[in-house]
Design a protein around this ligand. Structure first.
Ligand code: AMP
Ligand code: ZN
Length: 138
């Protein structure tokens, strides 16, 4: 349930302080210490799970509900017109803290935080093959 050495578990135990925003029986939300923009918050499950794959699926409802509550409040407090909810899973995806968490990032038009660029598949067959390759693994 809790990992002794995990940074976010230490925050959950109160061993490391945080700027708390919101808490339920299942979820804690606090400000990111190095925000992309002021108001950048983190929503974490109270159960220790290194990433999305180890999370109990039935915590999804609690997480979505907390993301809605926190996202709305961050939006209002910062004057943001949009919110990115981002989850990094794995080092190559930018995950530094191995306790599953969601970033709640306030956005405004022209803030320069452009998301990654998309590029089309080479052709329709390539896209169809990719869909099939994923589908057969589900
Ligand atoms: P990630 O790269 O998705 O693992 O994000 C981890 C986030 O945790 C980073 O944005 C850090 O700035 C943030 N962070 C690290 N230590 C703390 C802390 N003590 N309190 C709040 N946020 C933290
Ligand atoms: Zn943890």
């Amino acid at each position: 349930m809790i990992d002794k050495d995990c940074l976010f578990c230490k925050i959950l135990r109160g061993e490391i302080p945080c700027a708390k925003i919101y808490e339920t029986a299942a979820v804690l939300a606090f400000l990111d210490i190095a925000p992309i923009r002021p108001g950048h918050a983190l929503v974490i499950p109270k159960v220790h799970a290194p990433s999305l794959w180890e999370l109990p699926a039935d915590i999804g409802g609690d997480l979505v509900a907390a993301l809605q509550v926190v996202g709305r409040a961050v939006r209002e407090a910062t004057g943001a017109t949009g919110i990115n909810v981002v989850m990094n899973n794995g080092a190559s995806a930018g995950q530094l803290v191995l306790h599953a968490h969601f970033h709640v990032i306030p956005r405004v038009e022209g803030d320069g935080l452009s998301p990654w660029q998309g590029a089309p598949y080479a052709d329709t067959m390539a896209m169809t093959r990719m869909a099939e390759s994923i589908r057969i693994r589900i």
